[in-house]
Design a binder for this molecule. Structure first.
Ligand code: BTN
Length: 241
Protein backbone atom coordinates (compact mmCIF):
# COMPACT_ATOMS: atom_id res chain seq x y z
CA UNK A 1 0.00 0.00 0.00
CA UNK A 2 1.48 3.31 -1.03
CA UNK A 3 -0.53 5.24 1.51
CA UNK A 4 -4.08 5.93 2.39
CA UNK A 5 -4.45 8.96 0.19
CA UNK A 6 -5.28 8.82 -3.47
CA UNK A 7 -7.45 10.66 -5.95
CA UNK A 8 -11.15 10.11 -6.19
CA UNK A 9 -12.55 10.15 -9.74
CA UNK A 10 -16.27 10.57 -10.21
CA UNK A 11 -18.07 9.57 -13.41
CA UNK A 12 -21.68 10.05 -14.44
CA UNK A 13 -21.79 6.74 -16.34
CA UNK A 14 -19.24 4.01 -17.04
CA UNK A 15 -19.36 0.42 -18.26
CA UNK A 16 -17.86 -0.82 -15.00
CA UNK A 17 -15.74 1.00 -12.42
CA UNK A 18 -13.62 -2.19 -12.33
CA UNK A 19 -12.36 -1.50 -15.85
CA UNK A 20 -11.62 2.18 -15.20
CA UNK A 21 -9.78 1.31 -11.98
CA UNK A 22 -7.74 -1.25 -13.90
CA UNK A 23 -6.72 1.40 -16.46
CA UNK A 24 -5.49 3.57 -13.58
CA UNK A 25 -3.62 0.64 -12.03
CA UNK A 26 -1.92 -0.10 -15.33
CA UNK A 27 -0.80 3.54 -15.50
CA UNK A 28 0.65 3.12 -12.00
CA UNK A 29 -1.98 5.11 -10.13
CA UNK A 30 -3.87 4.13 -7.01
CA UNK A 31 -7.32 5.66 -7.32
CA UNK A 32 -10.90 5.35 -6.22
CA UNK A 33 -13.36 5.32 -9.12
CA UNK A 34 -16.92 6.23 -8.39
CA UNK A 35 -19.82 6.13 -10.85
CA UNK A 36 -23.43 7.24 -10.67
CA UNK A 37 -24.46 4.41 -12.97
CA UNK A 38 -22.78 1.43 -14.62
CA UNK A 39 -24.02 0.01 -17.86
CA UNK A 40 -22.12 -3.29 -17.44
CA UNK A 41 -21.68 -3.58 -13.70
CA UNK A 42 -20.55 -7.05 -12.81
CA UNK A 43 -20.69 -9.25 -9.74
CA UNK A 44 -19.09 -12.48 -8.59
CA UNK A 45 -19.38 -15.52 -10.85
CA UNK A 46 -19.69 -13.22 -13.88
CA UNK A 47 -23.16 -12.14 -12.84
CA UNK A 48 -24.59 -8.84 -13.94
CA UNK A 49 -24.65 -6.21 -11.20
CA UNK A 50 -27.60 -3.88 -11.60
CA UNK A 51 -26.26 -0.33 -10.97
CA UNK A 52 -28.90 2.40 -11.27
CA UNK A 53 -28.60 5.96 -9.96
CA UNK A 54 -28.68 6.34 -6.20
CA UNK A 55 -26.41 3.40 -5.36
CA UNK A 56 -22.79 3.59 -4.25
CA UNK A 57 -20.71 1.90 -6.94
CA UNK A 58 -16.95 2.19 -6.71
CA UNK A 59 -13.64 0.42 -7.29
CA UNK A 60 -10.23 0.98 -5.78
CA UNK A 61 -6.95 0.19 -7.51
CA UNK A 62 -4.25 -1.02 -5.15
CA UNK A 63 -0.72 -1.13 -6.50
CA UNK A 64 0.61 -3.94 -4.44
CA UNK A 65 1.49 -7.54 -4.95
CA UNK A 66 -0.25 -9.04 -1.98
CA UNK A 67 1.03 -12.38 -0.72
CA UNK A 68 -1.37 -15.23 -1.45
CA UNK A 69 -2.30 -15.29 2.22
CA UNK A 70 -3.04 -11.57 2.45
CA UNK A 71 -5.06 -11.76 -0.77
CA UNK A 72 -7.39 -14.35 0.79
CA UNK A 73 -8.12 -11.90 3.60
CA UNK A 74 -8.71 -8.83 1.42
CA UNK A 75 -12.39 -9.60 0.69
CA UNK A 76 -12.98 -10.27 4.41
CA UNK A 77 -11.33 -6.94 5.27
CA UNK A 78 -13.42 -5.19 2.62
CA UNK A 79 -16.70 -6.70 3.79
CA UNK A 80 -15.93 -5.68 7.38
CA UNK A 81 -15.14 -2.13 6.24
CA UNK A 82 -18.45 -1.99 4.33
CA UNK A 83 -20.34 -3.32 7.34
CA UNK A 84 -18.72 -0.84 9.75
CA UNK A 85 -19.19 2.12 7.39
CA UNK A 86 -22.91 1.32 7.08
CA UNK A 87 -23.20 0.99 10.85
CA UNK A 88 -21.32 4.23 11.49
CA UNK A 89 -23.38 6.20 8.96
CA UNK A 90 -26.85 4.77 9.53
CA UNK A 91 -26.75 2.74 12.79
CA UNK A 92 -27.99 -0.22 10.75
CA UNK A 93 -26.51 -3.54 11.88
CA UNK A 94 -26.07 -5.81 8.90
CA UNK A 95 -24.34 -9.20 8.76
CA UNK A 96 -21.82 -10.88 6.46
CA UNK A 97 -22.72 -14.02 4.57
CA UNK A 98 -19.66 -16.00 3.53
CA UNK A 99 -17.57 -15.02 1.77
CA UNK A 100 -18.50 -11.35 1.61
CA UNK A 101 -22.14 -10.53 0.95
CA UNK A 102 -23.61 -7.91 3.23
CA UNK A 103 -27.11 -8.93 4.26
CA UNK A 104 -29.89 -7.23 6.15
CA UNK A 105 -32.66 -9.53 7.33
CA UNK A 106 -31.57 -12.11 4.76
CA UNK A 107 -31.58 -9.66 1.85
CA UNK A 108 -28.52 -8.39 0.00
CA UNK A 109 -27.47 -4.85 0.84
CA UNK A 110 -23.98 -4.88 -0.66
CA UNK A 111 -21.52 -7.03 -2.59
CA UNK A 112 -17.77 -7.11 -3.09
CA UNK A 113 -15.70 -8.12 -6.07
CA UNK A 114 -11.94 -8.66 -6.21
CA UNK A 115 -10.02 -8.83 -9.46
CA UNK A 116 -6.28 -8.89 -9.79
CA UNK A 117 -3.46 -8.45 -12.22
CA UNK A 118 0.23 -9.22 -11.93
CA UNK A 119 1.01 -6.11 -9.93
CA UNK A 120 -2.28 -4.76 -8.75
CA UNK A 121 -5.58 -5.61 -7.13
CA UNK A 122 -8.92 -4.02 -7.95
CA UNK A 123 -11.55 -4.04 -5.24
CA UNK A 124 -15.11 -3.31 -6.30
CA UNK A 125 -17.87 -2.41 -3.87
CA UNK A 126 -21.55 -2.06 -4.65
CA UNK A 127 -23.92 -0.83 -1.93
CA UNK A 128 -27.66 -0.39 -2.45
CA UNK A 129 -28.05 3.02 -0.85
CA UNK A 130 -30.76 5.28 -2.32
CA UNK A 131 -31.59 3.12 -5.33
CA UNK A 132 -34.46 0.75 -5.78
CA UNK A 133 -33.07 -2.69 -4.97
CA UNK A 134 -32.97 -4.83 -8.13
CA UNK A 135 -34.88 -7.90 -6.94
CA UNK A 136 -37.16 -7.03 -4.04
CA UNK A 137 -37.28 -10.62 -2.84
CA UNK A 138 -33.51 -10.96 -2.48
CA UNK A 139 -32.11 -7.44 -2.13
CA UNK A 140 -32.74 -4.29 -0.15
CA UNK A 141 -31.41 -0.73 -0.02
CA UNK A 142 -30.56 1.52 2.93
CA UNK A 143 -33.24 3.98 1.82
CA UNK A 144 -35.80 1.21 1.85
CA UNK A 145 -34.86 0.31 5.42
CA UNK A 146 -34.65 3.88 6.73
CA UNK A 147 -37.33 5.50 4.55
CA UNK A 148 -34.96 8.42 3.93
CA UNK A 149 -31.97 9.24 1.71
CA UNK A 150 -28.50 8.40 3.01
CA UNK A 151 -25.33 10.41 2.31
CA UNK A 152 -23.28 8.17 0.01
CA UNK A 153 -20.07 10.17 0.38
CA UNK A 154 -20.22 9.74 4.13
CA UNK A 155 -20.40 5.97 3.68
CA UNK A 156 -17.47 6.08 1.26
CA UNK A 157 -15.36 8.18 3.65
CA UNK A 158 -16.10 5.83 6.51
CA UNK A 159 -15.37 2.84 4.29
CA UNK A 160 -11.91 4.16 3.41
CA UNK A 161 -11.15 4.88 7.06
CA UNK A 162 -12.09 1.36 8.16
CA UNK A 163 -10.51 -0.31 5.14
CA UNK A 164 -7.06 1.07 5.92
CA UNK A 165 -7.51 0.43 9.62
CA UNK A 166 -8.39 -3.23 9.03
CA UNK A 167 -5.65 -3.66 6.43
CA UNK A 168 -3.14 -3.08 9.22
CA UNK A 169 -4.73 -5.50 11.65
CA UNK A 170 -3.33 -8.95 12.41
CA UNK A 171 -5.13 -11.73 10.56
CA UNK A 172 -6.36 -13.35 13.79
CA UNK A 173 -8.08 -10.08 14.65
CA UNK A 174 -9.73 -9.99 11.22
CA UNK A 175 -10.87 -13.59 11.61
CA UNK A 176 -12.38 -12.83 15.03
CA UNK A 177 -14.11 -9.69 13.77
CA UNK A 178 -15.42 -11.43 10.66
CA UNK A 179 -16.75 -14.40 12.66
CA UNK A 180 -18.40 -12.04 15.11
CA UNK A 181 -20.27 -10.22 12.35
CA UNK A 182 -20.97 -13.21 10.15
CA UNK A 183 -24.46 -14.63 9.68
CA UNK A 184 -22.96 -17.85 8.29
CA UNK A 185 -21.13 -19.22 11.33
CA UNK A 186 -23.05 -22.06 13.00
CA UNK A 187 -25.59 -22.12 10.15
CA UNK A 188 -26.47 -24.93 7.78
CA UNK A 189 -24.93 -24.26 4.41
CA UNK A 190 -24.43 -25.73 0.97
CA UNK A 191 -21.27 -24.46 -0.71
CA UNK A 192 -20.90 -25.05 -4.42
CA UNK A 193 -17.27 -24.97 -5.56
CA UNK A 194 -15.87 -25.51 -9.05
CA UNK A 195 -15.35 -29.20 -8.23
CA UNK A 196 -17.94 -30.23 -5.64
CA UNK A 197 -20.83 -29.40 -3.34
CA UNK A 198 -20.39 -29.44 0.40
CA UNK A 199 -23.27 -29.50 2.86
CA UNK A 200 -22.88 -29.08 6.56
CA UNK A 201 -22.57 -26.62 9.40
CA UNK A 202 -20.23 -23.65 8.87
CA UNK A 203 -18.02 -23.56 11.96
CA UNK A 204 -15.30 -20.96 11.57
CA UNK A 205 -12.62 -19.43 9.39
CA UNK A 206 -9.29 -21.22 9.38
CA UNK A 207 -5.97 -19.46 10.00
CA UNK A 208 -5.44 -19.37 6.24
CA UNK A 209 -8.85 -17.87 5.50
CA UNK A 210 -10.97 -20.86 4.45
CA UNK A 211 -14.50 -21.55 5.65
CA UNK A 212 -14.50 -24.69 7.80
CA UNK A 213 -17.60 -26.83 7.40
CA UNK A 214 -18.48 -29.97 9.37
CA UNK A 215 -20.29 -32.30 7.00
CA UNK A 216 -22.81 -34.96 7.98
CA UNK A 217 -20.06 -37.59 8.32
CA UNK A 218 -18.54 -35.25 10.89
CA UNK A 219 -15.62 -34.55 8.58
CA UNK A 220 -14.09 -31.08 8.52
CA UNK A 221 -14.16 -29.61 5.02
CA UNK A 222 -12.24 -26.47 4.03
CA UNK A 223 -13.41 -24.14 1.27
CA UNK A 224 -11.58 -21.11 -0.02
CA UNK A 225 -14.07 -20.02 -2.64
CA UNK A 226 -17.52 -20.95 -3.74
CA UNK A 227 -21.15 -20.02 -3.83
CA UNK A 228 -22.77 -20.36 -0.42
CA UNK A 229 -26.43 -21.18 -0.04
CA UNK A 230 -27.53 -20.68 3.48
CA UNK A 231 -30.50 -22.34 5.05
CA UNK A 232 -32.29 -20.12 7.48
CA UNK A 233 -35.03 -22.73 7.73
CA UNK A 234 -33.87 -26.11 9.16
CA UNK A 235 -36.43 -28.13 7.22
CA UNK A 236 -34.89 -27.10 3.91
CA UNK A 237 -31.63 -28.69 4.97
CA UNK A 238 -33.38 -31.90 6.02
CA UNK A 239 -35.25 -32.13 2.74
CA UNK A 240 -32.10 -31.69 0.72
CA UNK A 241 -30.12 -34.01 3.00
C1 BTN B 1 -21.25 -9.44 -5.91
O1 BTN B 1 -21.82 -9.49 -4.83
O2 BTN B 1 -21.48 -10.27 -6.79
C2 BTN B 1 -20.21 -8.37 -6.14
C3 BTN B 1 -20.82 -7.10 -6.65
C4 BTN B 1 -19.81 -5.99 -6.90
C5 BTN B 1 -20.44 -4.79 -7.57
C6 BTN B 1 -19.50 -3.63 -7.64
S1 BTN B 1 -20.30 -2.13 -8.10
C7 BTN B 1 -18.76 -1.36 -8.32
C8 BTN B 1 -17.86 -2.35 -8.99
N1 BTN B 1 -18.03 -2.33 -10.43
C9 BTN B 1 -18.54 -3.46 -10.89
O3 BTN B 1 -18.79 -3.70 -12.09
N2 BTN B 1 -18.75 -4.32 -9.89
C10 BTN B 1 -18.34 -3.77 -8.62
Amino acid sequence: MKGNHFKLYWFEEVDSTMDIAREFAKKGEEACILAETQTSGRGRWARKWYSPKGGLWFSISLLQTFSKEKLVFLPYITSLAVLFSIKETTRISAGIKWPNDILYQGKKLAGILLERGEEYVILGVGINVNNEPPFKEFSISLKEILKTDVDRLLILTQFLKYFYEFLNKEKMEIIALWEKHSVTINKKVKVITSSCEIMGIAKKLSDDGALMIIDKENKVRKVFSGECIQFFDDSVFNDAD
